[in-house]
Write a protein that binds this ligand. Structure first.
Ligand SMILES: CC(C)(COP(=O)(O)OP(=O)(O)OC[C@H]1O[C@@H](n2cnc3c(N)ncnc32)[C@H](O)[C@@H]1OP(=O)(O)O)[C@@H](O)C(=O)NCCC(=O)NCCS
Length: 183
C-alpha cells in the first residue's frame, strides 16, 4: 500500500493515523527509546505528535520517516526515512527497529535505500544523520553507508554527533545489490 521504497527484505510506506498503536508500541520499548531521549520523552502523547509530524512532512515534502515492514510477511518492524533536521533544515536520514530485529543488517539495508532515494528521486545533494555519541550501533550504520563525521552540536535538545554524505561520494562508492527503485 503506497510503498515508496523497497529493498530485498524491507518495504517502506508513509505513515497514516492508523499506525499510532504500532508506533507507540515501538517507541515505548525501553531499549529502542534509550538513545531517543528515553522513556521520559517517548510517551504516547509525544509519539502521537511525531506521527502527525511525519504524516504532515510527507504531504508537504514527498519524503518523511516511513513505516518499515518485512516484505516476506508484511509485519511492521521499524521506522526509517528522510526528513528535515532540527534547526538546520538539512535532510536527515533516520532509522529505528524493533529489538528482535537488531543485528541482521536491516538498518544498513534501509539506510542505503533511503540515500539512493534521496539522491536519485528527491534530487538532494547532501544527506546528514545525527546520533548520541554513545549510540555505537547507529554510528556504525552511518559509517557503513559511507557517511563521515562532521561535528557535535545540539539538535532536539541533545548533544548529538552529526554525520554527512554528498551525492557524488555516495554515487561514486556504492552499488545497491539489494535495493530497487520504484517507478
Ligand atoms: C541503531 C539501530 C537502528 C541499528 O539497527 P540494526 O538493524 O541492528 O543495524 P545493522 O545490523 O544494519 O548494523 C549495526 C552495526 O552496528 C554494530 N553494533 C551493534 N551494537 C553495537 C555496539 N554496542 N557497539 C558497537 N557496534 C555495534 C553491529 O555489529 C553492526 O556493525 P557490523 O555490520 O560492522 O557488524 C538499532 O540498534 C535500533 O533500532 N536502535 C534503537 C533506535 C535508535 O537508536 N535509532 C537510531 C537513533 S540515531
Amino acid at each position: 500500500m503506497n510503498e515508496i521504497v523497497k529493498t530485498e527484505r524491507l518495504s517502506m510506506r508513509p505513515f497514516t493515523e492508523d499506525d499510532l498503536e504500532w508506533m507507540i508500541g515501538h517507541r515505548t520499548d525501553a531499549e529502542v527509546a534509550r538513545y531517543l531521549g528515553g522513556l521520559e520523552l517517548q510517551t504516547p502523547s509525544f509519539v502521537e505528535k511525531r506521527l502527525k509530524l511525519y504524516i504532515g512532512c510527507y504531504r508537504e515534502l514527498g519524503l518523511s520517516m516511513c513505516l518499515t515492514s518485512l516484505r516476506d510477511n508484511g509485519r511492521p518492524v521499524g521506522i526509517s526515512g528522510l526528513k528535515p533536521l532540527d534547526k538546520t533544515g538539512e535532510i536527515e536520514l533516520g532509522y529505528s527497529f524493533d529489538k528482535d530485529q537488531w543485528g541482521k543488517g536491516l538498518a544498513t539495508e534501509a539506510a542505503l535505500a533511503w540515500l539512493d532515494f534521496g539522491f536519485r528521486e528527491s534530487g538532494l545533494e547532501r544527506i546528514v544523520a545525527v546520533a548520541e555519541p554513545e549510540n555505537s550501533a547507529s554510528i556504525r550504520v552511518m559509517e557503513k553507508v559511507g557517511m563521515k563525521f562532521e561535528d557535535k552540536a545540539f539538535y532536539y535538545g541533545f548533544l548529538l554527533s552529526r554525520y554527512a554524505i554528498n551525492k557524488a561520494d555516495f554515487s561514486g562508492r556504492l552499488v545497491l545489490p539489494n535495493s530497487q527503485r520504484l517507478g
